[in-house]
Design a binder for this molecule. Structure first.
Ligand code: MN
Ligand code: MN
Length: 469
């Protein structure tokens, strides 16, 4: 409607009222094409990065190609230097040294590269009723009923008795077999149907089908299991005892795919949080000579609470920045106090099938851009970094000036549940932190969905953040 046709009330509304808009209405056709192209490469990354180990390997291979050097804590770095630190093959820090001194603070991007999955127990293999099976212990917040009757791939590492590692990936190549956790047939599910959904499949029922063919021998027992051990021995030169020192897990075997007739979304495993890992990584690689030093951490263990020496409740990020500061003869705590961080993690997207879990005015929508979450946590904002209005205001101005389409959201209705991110661990060091990420449908499911425009706007937001002058 032309401006002259509007009533005074409509004009006042335009001037005063806030009306969020789908970024699809705001972005140019060229920019939308750019977002779609960006997600083609993202799908390739997702397929190659289904575990934190695979993701870390993929990232480090790329960093080496781009001229990043292993971090030396005793060295004094100068502007334009690019370094990375690998933490046990499960987490990575990369950094580019800026023109400004570290005393001016660093710009931190912090995402996580672990995703919910199903781990094997340390004595996984058994035989029952002439079927070979694996016992498992799930990792992170999975809804167990979603992980049955779907093809799974086996990933991980086995450390043999002599200390040699064996890498395992089965189920990713077109010719590979896959694995599956079976469910009951509906005909005999009368009792199971009475269970609550969270108990529909119990933890000890997440047993994986591994084989059914017996080793031909009259005397040996558990011949199906024996045949599996024979195959593992032939392929990897391992014995059953080697599972004791293994980290093996099952992840969805399917590849990332476009979703919808308009191909506006990507479905795949592990968007949480590799979508933020990827967007922050690409933004970082495009900013090799920043004004402020940027530090990008791709962490492990977020899905189990960030505990452990590859998670952000540990000190590996803190120590990295302290070492950088030491190289410039700067007090580490001064660096943290002057630093800013975008905690790069996903938020839940509004699902019209389940509107009752969200406050429609304060939740994230597919297509409305990067999500800023001022706070996360549960109940009365417990367990959260609640970003200050001042810092939120600063990022708001930065995004608006940089043409980043973004929205604000909290995770669900008050008291509906909740969740946290790594934000609080970094704000505990003294930095200003706010959560920025991509809205996700079916979060933590084997096939999560994100919107391509949101992925692209999140990347643009991270780029604007680390390009600050
Ligand atoms: Mn996450
Ligand atoms: Mn998560």
């Amino acid at each position: 409607m032309a401006k002259k046709d509007k009533t005074p009330g409509e004009l006042l509304q335009d001037k005063l009222a806030f009306k969020p808009e789908n970024s699809g209405n705001l972005m140019s056709d060229e920019e939308i094409a750019g977002a779609i192209a960006f997600c083609e490469d993202y799908k390739t990354f997702l397929d190659a990065s289904k575990t934190e180990r695979a993701c870390s390997d993929w990232v480090i291979t790329l960093l080496k190609k781009k001229g990043y050097k292993p971090f030396n804590p005793d060295k004094t770095y100068k502007p334009g230097d690019k370094v990375y630190l690998a933490n046990r093959g499960k987490a990575v820090i990369l950094a580019a040294i800026g023109k400004r001194p570290l005393a001016d603070g660093v710009k931190i991007l912090a995402s996580h590269i672990d995703s919910p999955r199903v781990d094997l127990k340390q004595r996984p293999l058994y035989e029952e009723a002439q079927l070979a099976m694996f016992k498992t212990h799930y990792y992170g917040g999975i809804r167990k009923h979603q992980w049955v009757a779907t093809p799974l791939a086996l990933h991980g590492v086995i450390i043999k008795k002599d200390g040699k590692p064996v890498n395992v990936v089965i189920g990713e190549d077109a010719g590979d077999p896959v694995f599956v956790i079976n469910d009951l047939l509906p005909h005999l599910a009368k009792d199971q149907d009475k269970r609550t959904l969270s108990e529909g499949i119990k933890g000890e029922e997440l047993n994986v089908l591994v084989g059914s063919l017996p080793f031909k021998d009259d005397k040996a027992s558990e011949k199906v299991k024996l045949n599996i051990l024979r195959l593992l021995s032939e392929k990897y030169a391992i014995v059953e005892e080697d599972f004791l020192s293994a980290e093996l897990c099952l992840v969805p075997a399917q590849k990332a795919k476009d979703v919808g007739l308009d191909r506006s979304m990507v479905g795949g495993y592990g968007h949480d949080d590799r979508v933020c890992a990827y967007t922050s990584l690409i933004a970082s690689l495009e900013t090799p000579t920043p004004d402020y030093t940027w530090v990008n951490v791709l962490a492990d263990k977020e899905e189990t609470g960030s505990e452990g020496n590859t998670g952000l409740a540990s000190r590996f990020l803190e120590n990295f920045i302290l070492d950088l500061a030491g190289g410039q003869k700067t007090e580490g705590r001064r660096v943290f106090e002057a630093s800013e961080c975008l905690s790069a993690d996903v938020n839940g997207a509004f699902d019209p099938t389940f509107p009752e879990v969200n406050d429609k005015k304060n939740c994230a929508y597919i297509g409305y851009g990067a999500v800023m979450s001022k706070y996360t946590g549960a109940r009365g904002k417990a367990g959260t970094n609640d970003a200050s209005a001042e810092f939120v205001g600063k990022i708001r101005r930065l995004f608006d000036q940089s043409g980043v389409h973004w929205q604000t959201a909290e995770l669900g209705k008050v008291d509906m549940g909740g969740g946290g991110t790594v934000a609080k661990f970094i704000s505990n060091l003294g930095a200003d932190v706010v959560d920025i990420g991509v809205p996700v449908l079916s979060m933590h499911a084997p096939f999560e969905v994100v919107g391509k425009l949101d992925v692209y706007n999140t990347y643009k937001g991270f780029l604007a953040f680390i390009s600050q002058k």
